[in-house]
Ligand binder design. Structure first.
Ligand SMILES: NC(=O)c1ccc[n+]([C@@H]2O[C@H](COP(=O)([O-])OP(=O)(O)OC[C@H]3O[C@@H](n4cnc5c(N)ncnc54)[C@H](O)[C@@H]3O)[C@@H](O)[C@H]2O)c1
Ligand SMILES: [Fe+2]
Length: 350
C-alpha cells in the first residue's frame, strides 16, 4: 500500500515540506510532469531546489518500456542517483514515475519485470500527484507498460508510491471527454471488482464506495463543479483500493488487446469494450450507456473493421494472456467460456 496520503484542495502546496526529509545530499528530486503542464502555472508551484529537474513526460502514447528505460538511463548518467521521483499527471505519467523510480535501482530493462513479483529491489522514493481521476494508478501495485512482446504491468510490492498527494484542484482543467473516459475506468474497475469471483469484504467495501461516488458525479449531478472533482478523486482512490485486493475483468482484458495492437488509450478503450459487454455485466453496461448519453459523450465504434486475421490473432493473444482477469470475471473454468472463437467475435463487434 501507499505509505502516506494527503488529500484536500490546495494540498499540492505541501509538496515542499513533504519531500524535504527525503532529500539526500547531492542527489536531486526529479519532477516528472505530464507535458500538458508545460507552460501551465502549476509548473511555477513546483518546489525546485538545487540540482532538481523538471522533465515533461511525453504521454502522446501510453508508457512504453523503452521510454522508461531511456528516462532512467539518462538520470543515471546525469546524476548517478536521485533522491526521488515525483510524478505529476494522469495515469500515464504516474505509471512512468513509478517505473522510472524502480528502474533507478533494478538492473536490465523494465521489460524484464513485466509480470507478477519480478521486481528485485525497492525503487527510489516516489510521490504520485494525479491530475486526472479514475485510473487508481495512484494507489495500485502496478505500472502498466507496453513492452516488446506484451502490455503488462510491473506488479510488485515495491511498485506503490511512498506518498501521494490528492488535490482535486489539479483536475479542474481536464476536458470533459477525457474526464469521462478516465472516470469510466474507475466505474469499470468497480463493476469488474464487485461482480468478480475474487471479491472479498476488503474489495467490496472500497468498490461499493467508489461506485456510489461515480454515480454521484456521472448519474445524479447535472453539471460539473468542484464537488465533482472532489468526489471523483476519492472514487479513483477507493476504486484502486478495491482492485488491489481483487482484479479487473472482461473490459480490461479485451481493451489491453486493443491497446497493444492499435494503441487505443486505456480509458476510451475500456469504454469501447464496455459498450458491448451486456452478456457479462448486464446492469453495469445499462448504467454505463445511460451515463454516456447523459454526459453527451461519443463512444467510437467500428475500430476493428478491416483488420487482418493476424491482427485479430495478436489482440486475442494479448487478451488471453491476462489469465487472472479472466479467472476473476468468469471463474476457474473461464477457458471453457471464453474461447478464442468467442473472443474473436467480441473483437469484431468493436
Ligand atoms: N497503474 C495502474 O494501476 C493503472 C490503472 C489504470 C490505468 N493505468 C494507466 O493509466 C493510463 C491512462 O491514464 P489517464 O486516463 O489518466 O490518462 P493519461 O495519463 O494517458 O492522460 C490523457 C491525456 O490527458 C492529459 N491530461 C492529464 N492531466 C490533465 C489535466 N489536468 N487537464 C487536461 N489534460 C490533462 C494528458 O496530457 C493526456 O493527453 C494508461 O497508460 C493506463 O495503462 C494504470
Ligand atoms: Fe483500468
Amino acid at each position: 500500500m501507499v505509505g502516506y496520503v494527503v488529500y484536500g484542495r490546495g494540498s499540492f502546496n505541501q509538496l515542499e515540506e513533504i519531500i524535504e526529509p527525503h532529500r539526500k545530499k547531492g542527489a536531486p528530486v526529479i519532477f516528472l510532469a505530464d507535458h500538458f503542464f508545460n507552460s501551465h502555472p502549476l509548473i511555477n508551484r513546483i518546489p525546485v531546489d538545487g540540482k532538481d529537474k523538471i522533465i515533461f513526460a511525453d504521454v502522446t502514447y501510453e508508457p512504453k518500456t523503452t521510454y522508461v528505460d531511456q528516462l532512467a538511463q539518462e538520470l543515471k548518467e546525469e546524476f548517478g542517483t536521485v533522491s526521488g521521483v515525483v510524478g505529476i499527471g494522469g495515469g500515464s505519467t504516474m505509471d512512468l514515475a513509478k517505473a522510472v523510480s524502480l528502474m533507478m535501482n533494478n538492473p536490465g530493462s523494465s521489460a524484464d519485470y513485466q509480470g507478477w513479483d519480478l521486481v528485485k529491489f525497492p525503487g527510489v522514493y516516489k510521490v504520485g500527484i494525479p491530475t486526472l481521476s479514475g485510473t487508481g494508478a495512484e494507489v495500485s501495485r502496478t505500472t502498466v507498460l507496453t513492452g516488446p512482446t506484451k502490455k503488462l504491468g510491473m506488479n510488485s510490492d515495491f511498485t506503490p508510491f511512498d506518498q501521494i498527494i490528492l488535490d482535486p484542484e489539479l483536475t479542474a482543467d481536464a476536458p470533459a471527454n477525457q474526464r469521462f473516459y478516465t472516470g469510466m475506468d474507475c466505474y469499470i474497475h468497480c463493476i469488474e471488482s464487485l461482480t468478480g469471483t475474487y471479491l472479498n469484504e476488503f474489495s467490496k467495501s472500497y468498490g461499493e464506495k467508489a461506485l456510489q461516488l461515480c454515480r454521484d458525479v456521472f448519474v445524479k449531478k447535472d453539471s460539473w463543479d468542484a464537488e465533482s472533482d472532489d468526489k471523483l478523486m476519492m472514487a479513483s482512490y477507493a476504486g484502486g483500493m478495491s482492485i488491489a485486493y481483487s482484479q479487473v475483468g472482461v473490459a480490461h482484458a479485451v481493451s489491453y488487446g486493443l491497446s497493444y495492437l492499435l494503441g487505443t488509450k486505456h480509458g476510451i478503450g475500456n469504454c469501447i469494450v464496455m459498450n458491448h459487454l451486456e452478456e457479462y455485466y448486464p446492469e453495469g453496461v445499462k448504467e454505463f450507456k445511460y451515463m454516456v448519453e447523459k454526459n453527451k459523450i461519443v463512444i467510437p465504434t467500428g475500430i476493428t473493421k478491416g483488420l487482418s486475421d493476424s491482427d485479430f490473432e495478436k489482440m486475442i493473444n494479448v487478451s488471453m494472456g491476462m489469465k487472472p482477469l479472466w479467472e476473476n470475471a468468469l471463474g476457474p473454468d473461464w477457458e471453457k467460456i471464453m474461447t478464442r472463437e468467442s473472443l474473436h467475435i467480441l473483437f469484431e463487434k468493436l
